[in-house]
Structure formats: structure tokens, C-alpha cells
Design a protein around this ligand. Structure first.
Ligand SMILES: NC(=O)c1ccc[n+]([C@@H]2O[C@H](COP(=O)([O-])OP(=O)(O)OC[C@H]3O[C@@H](n4cnc5c(N)ncnc54)[C@H](O)[C@@H]3O)[C@@H](O)[C@H]2O)c1
Length: 341
């Protein structure tokens, strides 16, 4: 039995990874370590009813808790735990620097102390900054790290911390840098679930600036399968860019959601742009495709429809969030009240 330590496994991508890995492998057990911040949700793990899955509530910055929780003979640490929302990092960066940088260092120290065989860091394309509008440029693994938001800066710093652990102590590390994920169980502050939840409830859909920012969308399970390939066969010390060659203007994504739900486009409300808003992300995934034989399996059309269906079928999950602290966040962010559900 292989033993994995997964951090952030109650979040959006971490929970998808835990579900997929347990479903597709019989010989793996997972210790799932998550602080259950506003973004962590045990409901995300409700159907992971498996004797091979152990959930521990804990903070990755807490050395003793981490050391106690990493199982002896651990094969790999997968670090998903992070503060992950750019807007929140603009409001206050402290928690981002703490969790995303210090937390990564604590986990690397634990990997050394416990002789963990491999450390997989879930990074982001945002560490590479922004590409020019309407250009043919793409992020490759050779693109310089030039983060623009406090969130991206903290994730880039984590990559340097990782590099130092490898160069100084020989920790076996690999890094994934993925584009924008979408799929079930994503916290509704992020673009796609925000728009789906607001459209379902006939709340205005707040679109930043001119809506012409470009993001490269990937279905969450495709990202998770890429992480798995990088864990299994990625070269030590290397980073792998993950993307589905699926660039979209934000405004087109929003219109597709309204069309799929049969809602009018006049629900769209353009709002003042995000400070320092990166214009375009586009990933060249040739390295993970050619070296590791990974390809996305989900088309954009099917992925978006199945995501919308999930939110329609799980309105209690969304309402729980929309009726909680998220209401205050939303009002502070967009200056508008969400409709009661
Ligand atoms: N969402 C995306 O589009 C995307 C794209 C590329 C990379 N990533 C990266 O993937 C990872 C997961 O992203 P996500 O969208 O699932 O995020 P998320 O915000 O949905 O989940 C983050 C999880 O980490 C947990 N967490 C936060 N601080 C913690 C701490 N100090 N100790 C332990 N647990 C803590 C939260 O409780 C939550 O369960 C992040 O590292 C993010 O940078 C995300």
C-alpha cells in the first residue's frame, strides 16, 4: 500500500484529486490534511467514504501537527493547500504569504524529516504573469517568473522555496503550473461558479472591466490526471505547465453560462476592473503532453455543461455558502447584496 499526504484536500481541486486517486488505484491510502478555512468544506469529501482516506484538520504552518500527521513511510506529499483567490490577496496579503510560503517550507522540512520520497507542489500559471493581448505568445516552462498579484507572488515564492529545498537538501520535488480550473465543488467566489450561482438566482453577474481578459480553462479532473502523471514520471526538479489549449474571453464564458441556463444577457453587470488585472493567460502544454503522454479528456462544451448541471443539482451546497460569511465578502467586494435563497 502506498501512502500519500495530501494538503488542502477539502478544497476544490484537492478533493477532486483525492476522489480520483482513490477511485483509480486500489493500493493507495491518503492522509488528507486541511485547515478547513472558508474555502475548505467537508461536504466536498462526503462521497469519499473509503477506509483508505483519513481526514485530519490542521494548519500546514503548524510544524508539530504536520510532523505528527505525515505517515511513516510516506511516498509523496501533494501540496494543494493555499489561499487561492486573487481578489482576497489584493485586499490583504498576510494570509497568502503565511500559508503559501511558510506552509510550503514547513511541509518541505517535514518531507526531509520523514524521508518522503517525492514532493509535488501544485503551483499556477499565474506565477508567470500576464501575456500581451491578442498575441501568439504562450507560457512555457522557460517563461520567467514575474507574478503580478500578491497571490501569484506568494505562489512564485513557494516555487523558490521548493527549489532551495532541492538544491540544498536534495528533496525530490516536481511542480505543476496549471491554468484556470473549473468543475464541481468550486467555491463560488471564482468566475465560473460565481456566474452560475448568480444566474441560477437571478442576481446580476459582475464582470470586471471590459470582460476581454483571457483565461485558459481546464476541467478539474484533467488537471488532477496531469498531476498524477507528473508525480509518477515527471523529472525531479522540473516544472510542468498544464493546460487544455482552451483560451476564452471572460465575457464569452459568462454568456455561455447564461445561454446554457436560458437566462438573459442583461443580467451581466460590468464592474470596475480588478487592480492589476492580468490580461491574458495561455499555456503551452507540449512538455507534459510529449514527455508524459498526458492529454485532456474533457471538452469545454461537455465540461461546462456538466459543471452547470452539478450546481443545479447541488443547490443546498451553494446555498450553504451563499447564506454564510460569503454574503459579507460579496457585499464588500461588489457593493451589492446577494438575493436570499
Ligand atoms: N483553482 C484554480 O484554478 C487553480 C489553478 C492552478 C493552481 N491552483 C492551485 O491549486 C491549489 C488548490 O486550489 P483550489 O482552487 O482547490 O483552492 P481552494 O481555495 O478551493 O482550496 C484550498 C484548500 O486549502 C485549505 N487551506 C488553506 N490554508 C490552509 C492551511 N494553512 N493549512 C491547511 N489547509 C489550508 C483550505 O481549507 C481549502 O480546503 C492551490 O495551491 C492553488 O494555488 C488552483
Amino acid at each position: 500500500m502506498k501512502k500519500f499526504f495530501v494538503t488542502g484536500g477539502a478544497g476544490f481541486i484537492g478533493s477532486a484529486f483525492v476522489r480520483l486517486v482513490l477511485e483509480e488505484n486500489e493500493d493507495i491510502s491518503i492522509v488528507d490534511f486541511d485547515a478547513l478555512t472558508y474555502a475548505g468544506n467537508l461536504e466536498n469529501l462526503k462521497d469519499v467514504d473509503d477506509a483508505r482516506h483519513t481526514f485530519i484538520r490542521g494548519d500546514i504552518c503548524d510544524r508539530d501537527s504536520v510532523l505528527n500527521a505525515v505517515p511513516d513511510g510516506c511516498d509523496a506529499i501533494f501540496n494543494f493547500a493555499a489561499e487561492s483567490h486573487v481578489d482576497r490577496s489584493i485586499h490583504s496579503a498576510d494570509e497568502f504569504l503565511r500559508t503559501n510560503i511558510i506552509g510550503t517550507q514547513v511541509l518541505l522540512d517535514a518531507a526531509r524529516a520523514k524521508n518522503v520520497r517525492r514532493f509535488v507542489q501544485i503551483s499556477t500559471d499565474e506565477v508567470m504573469g500576464s501575456l500581451p493581448d491578442e498575441s501568439d505568445d504562450y507560457f512555457t516552462e522557460d517563461s520567467p517568473l514575474q507574478p503580478n498579484s500578491p497571490y501569484a507572488a506568494s505562489k512564485a515564492a513557494a516555487e523558490f522555496v521548493l527549489r532551495a529545498a532541492r538544491e540544498t537538501f536534495g528533496v525530490d520535488t516536481v511542480t505543476t503550473r496549471c491554468g484556470n480550473n473549473y468543475g464541481p465543488r468550486q467555491f463560488p467566489e471564482k468566475l465560473i461558479p460565481l456566474m452560475i450561482a448568480n444566474a441560477i438566482n437571478d442576481d446580476p453577474l459582475p464582470v470586471y472591466g471590459d470582460g476581454k481578459n483571457v483565461r485558459d480553462w481546464i476541467f478539474v479532473d484533467d488537471h488532477c490526471r496531469a498531476i498524477w502523471k507528473v508525480y509518477e514520471n515527471g523529472r525531479s526538479g522540473e516544472a510542468y505547465n498544464i493546460g487544455a489549449r482552451n483560451e476564452k474571453y471572460n465575457i464569452d464564458v459568462v454568456k455561455s453560462i447564461l445561454d446554457a441556463l436560458g437566462k438573459p444577457h442583461d443580467l451581466i453587470a460590468f464592474v470596475t476592473d480588478r487592480l492589476g488585472h492580468d490580461r491574458r493567460y495561455a499555456i503551452d502544454p507540449a512538455k507534459v503532453e510529449d514527455e508524459l503522454g498526458w492529454k485532456p479528456q474533457m471538452t469545454w462544451e461537455n465540461g461546462l455543461q456538466s459543471t452547470i448541471d452539478w450546481y443545479l443539482n447541488n443547490q443546498a451546497w451553494v446555498d450553504n455558502i451563499r447564506n454564510g460569511e460569503y454574503r459579507n465578502y460579496y457585499k464588500a467586494m461588489y457593493g451589492a447584496e446577494l438575493k436570499a435563497t
